[in-house]
Design a protein around this ligand. Structure first.
Ligand SMILES: Cc1cc2nc3c(=O)[nH]c(=O)nc-3n(C[C@H](O)[C@H](O)[C@H](O)COP(=O)(O)OP(=O)(O)OC[C@H]3O[C@@H](n4cnc5c(N)ncnc54)[C@H](O)[C@@H]3O)c2cc1C
Length: 464
């Protein structure tokens, strides 16, 4: 007989990027709340996503700056060597601090109890965790996602790492083969190249980051290739096999004669899938789409089960930490603040944290063309930016698209030094619904990358 907890007001499943804030807000509103988590607090971002990867991006950049030191007139007497155990220990320390601060915040929140264990629905608004059963009129699902394991010939014979396994390495791989030329794969590719590995990226599509405009893919490919990363695109017939003691052979081409790639380590980075298959959703009448994402409306309520919300990667409405946290804000605004925020109101925004980073907001040029909007476009190479020349970081470009009749910004792409920060100036103007001329007329600080955004806008011409 399970131990029953029917007296609750709210249950949150998953302590990812929305769950802890959702649980704490419910508790603050006086709702007796339980937060159920099967793994470490913080979910993907803290444990094997944004936090560890950006910690390693920083270590990788330090190695690269040291290698390039002579360009800035700084002489290093010995070659650069990466101490992978120290790199990993630094990452683990930063993650441990996040765990500690989350645990102390949640542990000291009145009305809130954290339960460790795996939750599964047994009936509508009822979840079982081990021997205990929890019921509440409000259920918030923040169960996130996991790496996708493709049906690829030979995969069962080799040791394939995913984002979790690769972050546990404490030696630098001799040759890392990355399958998947998208955001996660490319970040790891550059990290390990800078740590000292030989790196080959195998991508099935004709170009890396195929969702971006072609000129963006090409520019990012050039950045990576300049550092010695080998990109094998159009790898349509991917298969893998064991090679020697612990190595891996990756066949990329259907044509005979094309050389296979032989590496020491294999990273699979071909996408992610929502953690919904083992949640017992059918027992609660919670519908998913064909890919397993919980179907939600504009307020992130389940389309099929009353009293159920889905937040973060499991609802298919975003795949970032900021979209998950924004989901919490939307749900809380509607539930507690009488503020009718909707998921469709947000502007798409994200970055690829290569060095230099790629930052994107709103529509791409391809989106604008497909929508047939009368638009203006401007481009500016980073080599025109004085601050970038002074820093010796002139790779990349900026591009902005403007709606011709309203003069509002439709979207922007920035690949270059500090792009992930600089793009927010354009984002705020878009969010405020202001015309691009607001930025052109604003005095900016010299010397910064941002001061060239008005210059970029001066170059607007009709998109032909
Ligand atoms: C390598 C990598 C790098 C990334 N870098 C970035 C980045 O730089 N910027 C960015 O914005 N995004 C990044 N992301 C994406 C980001 O990590 C995710 O979008 C974000 O973590 C999603 O958060 P979430 O709240 O949806 O769920 P998650 O953070 O995945 O949390 C879900 C939680 O639910 C728990 N859970 C699942 N099922 C159950 C169950 N049945 N019972 C109890 N608990 C359960 C899990 O254990 C987990 O803790 C990266 C992802 C990866 C993999």
């Amino acid at each position: 007989m399970p131990e029953r907890h029917p007296e609750l007001d709210a249950i949150v499943v998953g302590a990812g990027q929305a769950g802890p804030s959702m649980a704490a807000r419910c508790a603050r509103e006086g709702l007796k709340t339980v937060l159920i988590e099967r793994g470490p607090l913080g979910g993907t971002c803290v444990n094997n996503g944004c936090v560890p990867t950006k910690t390693w991006v920083a270590s990788a950049r330090a190695a690269q700056v040291a290698r390039r030191a002579a360009e800035w007139g700084v002489v290093l007497e010995a070659p650069v060597r990466v101490d992978m155990a120290a790199v990993r220990a630094r990452k683990d320390k930063i993650i441990a601090a996040s765990h500690q601060s989350l645990a102390s915040w949640l542990g000291s929140t009145p009305n809130l109890t954290v339960v460790q264990g795996e939750a599964r629905f047994t009936a509508p608004r009822t979840l079982q965790v081990g021997d205990a059963e929890y019921s509440a009129p409000r259920i918030f699902l923040n169960v996130g996602g996991a790496p996708l394991r493709p049906a690829m010939p030979g995969l069962e014979q080799v040791q394939a790492l995913d984002n979790r396994g690769i972050l546990e390495l404490d030696a630098v791989p001799e040759h890392l083969v990355v399958i998947g030329g998208s955001y996660i794969g490319l970040e790891f590719a550059q990290i390990f190249r800078r740590f000292g590995s030989q790196v080959t990226v195998c991508e099935m599509g004709p170009r890396i980051i195929g969702r971006e405009d072609e000129e963006v893919s090409t520019a990012v490919a050039q950045v990576l290739e300049r550092e010695g990363i080998v990109l094998r695109t159009s790898a349509k017939c991917l298969s893998v096999a064991r090679e020697g003691a612990g190595g891996v052979r990756v066949r990329t081409s259907c044509e005979s004669g094309e050389p296979d790639v032989v590496g020491s380590h294999l990273l699979l980075a071909v996408g992610r899938t929502p953690n919904t298959a083992d949640l017992g959703l059918e027992a609660a009448g919670i519908a998913t789409d064909a890919r397993g994402f919980i179907t939600v409306d504009e307020q992130l309520r389940s389309t099929s089960a009353a009293g159920v919300w889905a937040l973060g990667d499991c609802n298919g409405r975003g795949a970032f930490t900021h979209t998950s946290y924004n989901d919490f804000e939307i749900v809380a605004a509607n539930l507690f603040d009488d503020d009718p925020r909707r998921v469709g109101q947000r502007i798409p925004v994200y970055a690829l944290f290569t060095d230099p980073p790629l930052a994107r907001i709103g529509m791409s040029e391809g989106d604008v063309r497909a929508a047939g909007k009368p638009a203006l476009v401007a481009r500016l190479p980073m080599s025109r930016v004085g601050r970038a020349r002074e820093a010796g970081e002139t790779q990349g470009f900026m591009k902005v698209l403007v709606d011709a009749p309203s003069q509002r910004i439709l979207g922007a792409t920035m690949l270059g030094m500090n792009a992930d920060e600089v793009i927010h100036g354009l984002l705020e103007v878009m969010a405020a619904g202001l015309p691009y001329t607001t930025i052109r007329r604003t005095m900016h600080i010299h010397p910064t990358v941002s001061e060239l955004v008005p210059t970029l806008l001066e170059g607007l011409k009709p998109l032909s």
